[in-house]
Design a protein around this ligand. Structure first.
Ligand code: NAP
Length: 303
């Protein structure tokens, strides 16, 4: 039986990985995250607190659990916070990955790591895996540095870059789709930029691509993104339509109208052909992903 270690199991992606893997007999899964307890019942799921910025804690947990695969869903994900808290952002997004890579080498585990489209400058997307990175902000710089750590670690590894991740989970930080739904339901007017383009990714697609990457033993970088390339504004309109909410509360603006600590890539997006062919994935369209999200929120009594 393969032993799988999930880091960041309390986050949006980590929770999804945990649910998808824990229902399969082929795997022994250990969930870990920085918090003391797991969002799911600790009696049903194995959980250990693990702050991956602690080199000694990572070393000791990995040498006792001896994972075959490490799925790293942990990161400092708030882009503006990273811009303003550079030392802590580096620790969470780079030093932590050095710790995982070092310990993975010792126990001969595969490392599956997540990166982002923010490693690109957004001048000429959509990007494929061979495009040259040029991060605009500090978050993107830390994620690019983390990729370089993984690539030079001499361990079997996969790096999945993703973009505008959305989905639901218990106590997760808000994401773009959840923010739109919550605001429109509350009758709040929101301002949404129409000049940032990307392909929003439903969280189950990313979790499944991670799982396929180690099941198929695929090394290297893969771009994972949803089936439609569209602006944030158009994504907000689609969300309103699928959730039956009043789109007239969505005000169209430009990124330059916002005061944000970190610059964003504008003309971004991913070409996902490599993941579709080599990981055998079919990525959901925005309509499909939002309908699934609606169903999930209804099942959890949140819609
Ligand atoms: N969200 C997006 O639009 C997007 C886009 C592109 C790429 N990504 C990437 O996708 C991955 C997953 O993102 P997500 O949206 O699932 O993030 P998330 O919901 O913020 O989850 C990240 C989890 O990692 C935990 N964590 C942070 N520092 C840790 C540490 N030192 N040790 C252990 N756990 C730690 C967080 O705990 P706390 O909450 O307590 O800090 C949180 O539970 C990340 O690598 C992110 O960079 C996300």
């Amino acid at each position: 039986m393969k032993r799988i270690l999930i880091c960041g199991a309390n986050g949006l992606l980590g929770q999804r990985l945990s649910l998808m893997l824990s229902t399969q007999n082929d795997y022994e899964v250990l969930n870990t995250s920085v918090e003391r307890s797991f969002v799911y019942d600790n009696k049903l799921f194995d959980y250990n607190q693990l702050d991956i910025t602690s080199r000694s804690d990572v070393k000791s947990l990995l040498s006792s659990f001896q994972p075959d695969v490490i799925l790293n869903a942990a990161a400092a994900t708030n882009v503006d916070w990273c811009e303003l808290n550079r030392e802590e952002a580096w620790k969470a997004n780079v030093t932590a990955v050095e710790n995982l890579a070092e310990a993975a080498r010792k126990v001969e585990a595969r490392l599956v790591h997540i990166s982002t489209d923010y490693i690109f400058d957004g001048k000429n997307g959509p990007y494929d895996e061979t495009a040259k990175p040029n991060p605009l902000g500090y978050y993107g710089k830390t994620k690019l540095a983390s990729e370089n750590v993984v690539r030079s670690a001499e361990i079997p590894h996969t790096i999945l870059r993703t973009i505008v991740l959305y989905g639901s989970g218990f106590g997760v930080k808000t994401n773009f789709a959840l923010w739109i739904i919550k605001s429109l339901k509350a009758g709040k007017q929101i301002q949404v930029v129409d000049d940032q383009v990307g392909n929003p990714t439903f969280v189950s697609d990313l979790a499944m691509a991670m799982i396929k990457s180690f099941e198929l033993g695929r090394d290297g970088i893969f771009h994972v993104g949803g089936g439609n390339l569209l602006s944030r504004y158009d994504f907000a309109l689609e969300t309103a339509e699928i959730f039956g909410l009043d789109a007239s509360f969505i005000k169209r603006i430009k990124t330059s109208d916002l005061v944000q600590a970190s610059p964003r890539p504008m003309n971004s997006g991913f070409i996902t052909l490599k993941a579709e062919t080599q990981l055998n994935m079919h990525f959901l369209t925005v309509k499909e992903g939002l309908n699934l999200l609606k169903h999930e929120l209804q099942s959890n009594g949140k819609n």
